[in-house]
Structures are given as C-alpha cells and as structure tokens.
Design a protein around this ligand. Structure first.
Ligand SMILES: Cc1cc2nc3c(=O)[nH]c(=O)nc-3n(C[C@H](O)[C@H](O)[C@H](O)COP(=O)(O)OP(=O)(O)OC[C@H]3O[C@@H](n4cnc5c(N)ncnc54)[C@H](O)[C@@H]3O)c2cc1C
Length: 450
C-alpha cells in the first residue's frame, strides 16, 4: 500500500494537473482510464501516433499524376516545350476555364498565346515545321492541356489534328504550302465536318452530304452536326459523297461561302466552351482548287482519324489526371471525424484504384506514341487505346467526384467539369462500340459492324 501511494505521488508530480482537471471535465475519466488500461502497448503506441499525426506539421507529399515518370521518356528539349505548355495552362487557362465553360463561350483571347507556344502540327515534316518532334511529345502536350481544360485541348485538337491533319495527309503541295504555315500560327482556323445529323458511327457506310462536279467547281449539299470550332473558324473541311463515283471527297469550305450556315449547338452538358455547330450546306459552290487533292475515298478520311484518335486517348489521360490531382489535394485538406479524409483506409483504396487506372492509361498511350513514331501505328492500335483510355477516364473522374462528396458537383471544386467533359471524349472520334468493333475485326478476322 505504501509503495502504491508512493508510485501515485510520483506519477501525479509528472502530470500537468491543470490539463488533467480540464480532461476530467470533458470526459468520463474512470471509464477512459479503464479503457486505456485494457490496451496493450502496441495499441497505445498506435493511438498516440494517430493523435500526433493530426497535429504534426510534417510536409505532405507533392501531388504527382505521373507516378511511373512517363515524362522521362522525353528528351530534355522536349520536356522544356511541355513545361512551357504547362505554365501557359496554369497561368492563362486554369483561372478562367470554369467561367467560360459555364457561360458556353470560347475564350478567343487565348489564341495568340497558344500560337506563341508553336505546338500546332508539331510532328509534320516539311512546310517549315521542325520535323524532329515526336508523337510522344505531341501526346504529352495533349495530356497537359486536357489536364487543365478538356475544352481547350479539343479546340487545339480540331485545329492541329483534324483540320491541319486533313490538309497534311490529303492536300496537294499547293494546298499544304498555302494553309499549313498559317494554321500553325493560328492565323487561319479550321474545323472538320464529317458527322451528320443522321450519320454518326456509320460515316464509313454512306454520307448523306453530297458533292457534284460542275466544270471548275463542286456543288455541295447536306448537313453536318457537332462540328467543333465551325461557328468562327475560317473554313471547315467538309467530307461529302460524290454523286458521280459515290466515293467520299474532302473540301476546304470557307465560312463566307454562300449557302454555308453554321449554327451553334446551345444545350450541351459537356465541353461547353467548345463551339460545336450544326452546318447546313445549300448549293455551296467550291472551286476545284479547294478540293483536297488526295482525298479519294473514306480510306483517306480514316487515315486522318487514325492519327487523331491517338490524340483523344492522350486527352482522356489528361482529363483523368487533372481530376486525380485535384482529388489528392482535396483529401489531404478536407477533414471529417477530426482528421483528413485522406487518412481513411477506404479513401486510400479508391485513390490507389484511380492511380492504377491512370498509370495503366499513361503507359499504354506512351507505347502507342512510340509505335506511331516508329511508323507502326495501325487502326486497331489507336482504337484500343481510345476505348481503354476514355473508359478509364470516365471511371477515374467519377471516383474523383465521389471523393469530393457534395462538393464534387460544384464547378468551383474543379472535378465536375472533368466529369462532364469525359462524356464527350467517350463518344467523339468513334464511340466505345465502334472502336471496339475495329479492334474485334482485327483480332478475329470477322467484321461485326453490320
Ligand atoms: C462534343 C462533341 C464534339 C464533336 N466534334 C466533332 C467534330 O468536330 N467533327 C465531326 O465530324 N464530328 C464531331 N463529333 C461527332 C462524333 O464523332 C459522333 O458523335 C460520334 O462519332 C458518334 O456518332 P453519333 O453521336 O451520331 O452516335 P450514333 O452513331 O447514333 O450512336 C449511338 C449509339 O449506338 C452505338 N452504335 C452505333 N453503331 C453501332 C454498331 N454497329 N454496333 C454497336 N453499337 C453501335 C454507338 O456506339 C452509340 O452508343 C463530336 C461529337 C461530340 C459529342
């Protein structure tokens, strides 16, 4: 008994009595002591570590959406170009992206800055282009842009991929020399008109828009739908079926051409910043000099799409990455039950799932671009990546929204825009089913399109 009293006296001398009394006022002290006494040493150590973790100021790890350091595949000079794009997006686009998206307006003031980056038609050879840049860099640039704003990356993809790509792959030397340098500097803006109100996935099977030769001109009639940038672009590449030989041909149709009307689609719930148009062509007369000289069948159109589908896969990586990175920051700071939600096991499980999906997508598109750089890209390579990455993106952005709780549906918390925009990535440039059919045809030898 004497020993116990002496021990108690020693202990009390080491206890801050003020704190002890404050604790006793807040808690059932006998019950607390009983609970603590029932714990083993490991439990107590863990309890103390958890209690201290909340108050410790140890630096949290920086957010990194490139977990396997895919960027290290770029040469230092190419990394510097990517870095300039990243800075531009952070400085010029991130602060305004939600506002323009909400209002459904396009930030035309960004165009000179984008032109200054000199990244349009990056991989083209000849016509004044550097000629030495890789498809890998081009892909990572698409990722960087989409990581901040998928609308900006779509605007850029239409100009640099679909419109410039059509001229680069299907134009005459004269057309390439006339258009490509100006488009590279964004002095001329283009759009790409393939899809129609009644013909979407089935474009290879029969366009309703027609062309008919009349001496030195072609007469175009029909409708197009979803055509990005077409409300303000200087011209649209219009794909039409020749009433003569029934083959698909391409035309550079100026916006001012009589009979050409582009009306903005207003009620979109994705990519609201992109100005998508419904186009009506009524007896549009286009000179032979503006017929894409080497577009003689849908196979030529498909060559353009093969190139740009790889870009859409990279955009999906960027969209998923943007949402993932915002989410990591959010879970590090948002607290529930007295601690950051990032400290909960179930939250970490979701984050690990998001990161594994994102990393799988990134490594896949990096290999895709390497194949492209080696001149080995096939339709099925591009389609597989498009399907996998846009599906994966949809999953990642949905989990990002989930981890933001209610805040996940607020534009101001950033991930909501990615959630909406991922829906457009999933469907444009060939839906999941159409790209899966391209893969299925390649691996089985059977076409299951119709
Ligand atoms: C935001 C946005 C921007 C776009 N920008 C452009 C642009 O700039 N230029 C342009 O030309 N087009 C553009 N598009 C069009 C886009 O490429 C088409 O939306 C897409 O190809 C699908 O066509 P659709 O919408 O008519 O769908 P549909 O073809 O009607 O398909 C509807 C559904 O049926 C499925 N389906 C169709 N056929 C089959 C089949 N054989 N087997 C199984 N399932 C099938 C589809 O997968 C889909 O789920 C854009 C679209 C969007 C949404």
């Amino acid at each position: 008994m004497t020993n116990s009293l002496t021990e108690l006296k020693d202990m009390l001398e080491r206890v801050d009595l003020g704190r002890f009394i404050a604790l006793a006022r807040r808690l059932d002290l006998p019950k607390l002591l009983k609970t603590l006494a029932s714990l083993d040493a490991d439990d107590v150590t863990r309890l103390l570590a958890a209690a201290h973790a909340k108050h410790s100021h140890r630096p949290l790890p920086a957010t990194n959406g490139d977990f396997y350091d895919v960027a290290s595949l770029l040469a230092p000079e190419e990394r510097a170009i990517r870095e300039r794009v990243r800075e531009f997006m952070a400085r010029e686009v991130a602060p305004i992206a939600n506002d323009f998206w909400l209002r459904g307006e396009f930030p035309h003031h960004l165009i000179p800055g984008l032109a200054e980056l000199d990244i349009a038609g990056l991989t083209f050879k000849g016509y004044g282009f550097p000629g030495s840049r890789t498809c890998l860099l081009e892909g990572m640039i698409a990722e960087e842009i989409a990581r901040v704003d998928v609308s900006t990356s779509t605007f850029f993809g239409v100009q640099s991929g679909l419109a410039m790509g059509s001229i680069y792959l299907c134009g005459s030397e004269e057309q390439k020399n006339t258009y490509l340098p100006k488009m590279r500097r964004f002095e001329l803006l283009g759009a790409f008109g393939l899809t129609e109100p009644n013909v979407g996935s089935g474009v290879a099977g029969g366009l309703e828009t027609t062309c008919r030769r009349d001496g030195g001109t072609w007469i175009l009639n029909g409708q197009k739908k979803w055509i990005g940038n077409a409300t303000f672009s200087d011209f649209t590449i219009i794909w039409a079926r020749d009433l003569g030989d029934q083959k698909v041909k391409g035309f550079i149709v100026d916006r001012a051409t009589p009979g050409f009307v582009a009306k903005k689609i207003e009620d979109k719930m994705a990519l609201r910043t992109v100005q998508n148009a419904e186009i009506t062509l009524t007896d549009c007369r286009v000179p032979q000099s503006k017929r894409l000289a080497n577009a003689n069948s849908f196979k030529d159109t498909a060559n353009v799409l093969r190139m740009t589908r790889a870009g859409v896969a990279w955009q999906a990586v960027g969209c998923a990455r943007g949402a993932y990175e915002h989410t990591v920051k959010y879970v590090q700071t948002r607290e529930q039950f007295g601690r950051p939600i990032g400290a909960f096991q179930l939250v970490q499980d979701l984050l690990a799932h998001m990161l594994s999906q994102l990393t799988a997508m990134q490594t896949m598109v990096a290999r895709l671009s390497q194949l492209q750089d080696a001149g080995r890209l096939t339709d099925e390579h591009a389609s597989l990546a498009k399907v996998f990455c846009t599906s994966g993106c949809r999953e990642v952005v949905s989990q990002a929204r989930e981890l933001h709780g209610g805040n996940g549906i607020l534009l101001s918390q950033h991930v909501a825009r990615f959630v909406a925009d991922s829906e457009a990535l999933y469907s444009y440039e060939g839906t999941k089913q159409v790209n899966a059919l391209i893969v299925g045809r390649a691996v089985t030898g059977f076409s299951a399109f119709v």
